[in-house]
Structure formats: C-alpha cells, structure tokens
Design a protein around this ligand. Structure first.
Ligand code: SF4
Length: 188
C-alpha cells in the first residue's frame, strides 16, 4: 500500500461514524495494489470478511479470483478491492442509506489516492451507489459509464452468482468486456 493509503487506513480504523462499529469484529478497509488500474467495489463485509478483516474471502472471493485471473488480473498485483461499507451489517442485511452516506467518504478518499482507470461495481448496492440510483444489474451489467474520467461497470455480486449459477456465464462476459476495455486503454 502507498503511504497515503496507509495513512487513510490508520484514520479509518477506529471509525465510529455509524452504529455498525458496535457489532464489527474487524473493520474491512480494502486490499490490493495502491496504484491499481482496476478497483472492484462490493457492498459490505460478510461474516468471513468481518472475521478476517479482508474483503471477498471465502467462496465468493474464490469465485471472484477465478474471474479476475481469467482476464489477466490479480488482487495481489493490479487490482484493489473494497466495499461501500467498511463494517458488516448484522445478518448481512442491506446497508442502510444513512450508513452509506457516512461511510462513502472513506471510499471516495481511497479512489482519490488509487486513481483507478476502471471501477467495477459488484452487485446492486455498489452499482446504484456509484453509477446511478436506477441502475439495474440484470439489464445493464457489462456496460461502461464514464464519470469523472473513470470508467464504471456494474456486474453481478459473486455471492449472487453462487446462489444463481446460471448467471456465471453472463458475469464471465462482463469480465471479458473489462479485459477488452483495459486493452483498448493500453492498461493490459
Ligand atoms: S461502516 Fe463505515 S461509517 Fe460505519 S463505523 Fe464502519 S467505517 Fe465508520
């Protein structure tokens, strides 16, 4: 991680801006390359993430790694992964709008430091928060939307793919579209 990202992580680690700080076991700041061209943003930590303090671990993380590796990406080298919320909502409920509002500035700071070329939104919560409030993953997955010099793309959350494996092929097409976009921009 870069020094600026380290400093931000240190600032976030004791955050008590919302009540999720009461129930978290670990705050999940994010992980990956501090100068990654691709950022992936999910919804919030789940049980395993809360236990381990890392994003996308367990079966959903393994599936995500398969997609990343299939298109030449690797969370250890050229990708950064974070979530809209840094603390787990109890019972994995959806983040409340007021929780998103107070947590989002942390993610925005991460984006300012990392300066990714592309942000992939994993699932409805990330896509409606970062792309458009009326974003529909089932209709608009795999499409790119330019905002502030960053290409945003929404796709299925890996947990949703584990629940509905019939969509795994659609997700692969989305990652292949991501690979094409990165090649067009000379990133891969
Ligand atoms: S979810 Fe975000 S705003 Fe709420 S306590 Fe955790 S880091 Fe702070």
């Amino acid at each position: 991680m870069s020094e600026r990202l380290d400093a931000l992580a240190a600032a976030v680690c004791d955050c008590k801006h919302c009540k999720l700080s009461d129930s978290r076991r670990h705050l999940v700041f994010g992980t990956g390359a501090g100068n990654a061209a691709v950022m992936l943003v999910g919804e919030a930590p789940g049980e395993q993430e809360d236990l381990q303090g890392k994003p996308f671990v367990g079966p959903s993380g393994q599936l995500l790694d398969l997609y990343l590796n299939a298109v030449g990406l690797d969370r250890g080298k050229n990708v950064y992964i974070a979530n809209i919320l840094k603390c787990r909502p109890p019972y994995n409920r959806d983040p409340a709008p007021e929780e998103i509002a107070v947590c989002l500035p942390w993610l925005r700071e991460q984006v300012k430091i990392i300066r990714p070329a592309v942000i992939v939104c994993l699932g409805r919560i990330a896509a409606t928060t970062l792309i458009s409030p009326d974003f529909r993953v089932t209709r608009q997955h795999g499409q790119f939307f330019e905002k502030g010099g960053i290409d945003f793309m929404g796709t299925f959350h890996p947990s949703a793919l584990l629940r509905d494996p019939a969509k795994k092929g659609l997700a692969l097409y989305d990652f292949l579209a991501l690979e094409d976009r990165l090649r067009e921009r000379g990133i891969l």
